[in-house]
Design a protein around this ligand. Structure first.
Ligand SMILES: Cc1cc2nc3c(=O)[nH]c(=O)nc-3n(C[C@H](O)[C@H](O)[C@H](O)COP(=O)(O)O)c2cc1C
Length: 352
């Protein structure tokens, strides 16, 4: 039995069609990843963390993160920063960009972020964290959600102090990754803490951390009372893991794997432009072709190729039947229909 992952739920009035959420991941959660996540069963997808300072300065690359395709909805855009007024302004941009939810990052453990008073460091300052959530909730009609860790120090239980404060300030949902910031990604996510947060607040809680299979997803939902589970690393180069978690296990063929990778490559080139995409995509080759799916030397060879055209040709040579699968995928997907913000530089939409 267990909890039905296909059940619909609502986050601040936004209907989410499944209890599976695709995690925000910097350097990973491009549009191609999010659209793929939706196709494979995620009910909600999220952008990577977007710098509020970058939005304020109209940084071209940062503004590129605010591009939303029509078939991504429901979609959250995640922002990070330390100044309530700047966060409020960024939330208005997120709304104008067409997102359904504004997500706030109080979980990032990386020094570059925490030393600016943003990310997980806000768990040490509940007053400032609540001010930020209040300012964002007051600036946008969209529901506001927050993603956080258990606290900054190992063994911290600060999430139990901060969480209810954030809900009081206007958060419509909380995602907990129950590791400390200090832990980074070591050890295990302790979902007994997720159960404690569920008991402490009256908004939906999303459980993040080490959800890698249907069995684990079901167990975490059943034992914590969380409304949904979030999947991050397990979905990197493996959308089939999402399908398995949703109850449809499948063993993709070589052709299917290569076709999904080729689609991912093409979509990413459209979004980032060929120059940026070439470097960005390298880690995905290992993720897609790993797990014993293709021999190691093949993955290593792909990474050394200079152009995307060469990568495509090499992949098609390894799995010729993938061309037909790709054609079907592209036909089903249809063209991207993006919202274009007036304030975004036009060049972003030219070469992608
Ligand atoms: C490469 C990478 C980038 C991440 N970037 C973000 C981010 O931008 N925002 C965020 O809230 N969490 C970020 N996370 C944390 C994930 O969203 C998630 O909480 C964490 O990876 C635990 O889930 P998992 O075990 O399913 O991967 C990132 C994680 C990874 C591995």
């Amino acid at each position: 039995m267990g909890v039905d992952l296909r059940e619909t739920w609502t986050l601040g009035g936004v209907e989410i069609p499944s209890r599976l959420v695709l995690a925000p991941m910097a350097g990973v959660s491009v549009q191609a990843f999010r659209r793929q996540g939706r196709r494979y069963g995620a009910g909600l997808v999220c952008s990577e963390m977007v710098s509020v300072a970058g939005i304020q300065h109209r940084n071209e690359r940062t503004l590129g993160y605010l591009r939303v395709a029509a078939d991504e909805h429901p979609l959250a855009i995640q922002i990070f920063g330390s100044d309530p007024a700047a966060m409020a302004e960024a939330a208005r941009m997120v709304e104008a960009a067409g997102a359904d939810i504004v997500d706030i990052n109080f979980g990032c453990p990386v020094k570059k972020v925490t030393k600016t008073g943003a990310g997980a460091s806000l768990l040490d300052d509940p007053d400032q964290a609540a001010r930020i959530v209040g300012a964002v909730a007051g600036a946008t009609a969209l529901p506001v959600s927050v993603k956080m860790r258990r606290g900054t120090a190992d063994g911290s239980r600060d999430f139990l102090v901060v969480g209810p404060r954030l809900v009081e300030a206007g958060a419509a949902s909380l995602t907990l990754h129950p590791r400390s910031a200090k832990q980074m990604y070591t050890g295990q996510a302790d979902h007994t803490l997720t159960a404690e947060l569920v008991a402490a607040v009256d908004v939906p809680v999303i459980a993040s951390g080490d959800i890698t299979s249907r069995a684990r997803a079901q167990a975490v939902l059943a034992t914590t009372g969380a409304t949904a589970v979030m999947v991050g690393r397990a979905a990197q180069g493996d959308p089939w893991a999402l399908r398995e978690i949703m109850g449809e296990p499948c063993d993709p063929s070589r052709e299917e794997i290569v076709a999904e990778l080729l689609l991912f490559i093409r979509e990413t080139v459209r979004e980032l432009g060929e120059f940026r995409a070439t470097g960005f995509l390298k880690k995905f080759y290992g993720w897609y072709l790993g797990r014993g799916r293709f021999p190691k030397p093949f993955k290593q060879e792909l990474v050394t190729l200079k152009t995307i055209d060469e990568v495509e040709l090499r992949l098609l040579a390894a799995a010729p039947g993938a061309a037909e699968v790709l054609e079907r995928l592209e036909a089903d997907l249809g063209p991207v229909d993006e919202i274009v913000l007036d304030s975004l530089p036009i060049s972003l939409y030219g070469g992608g």
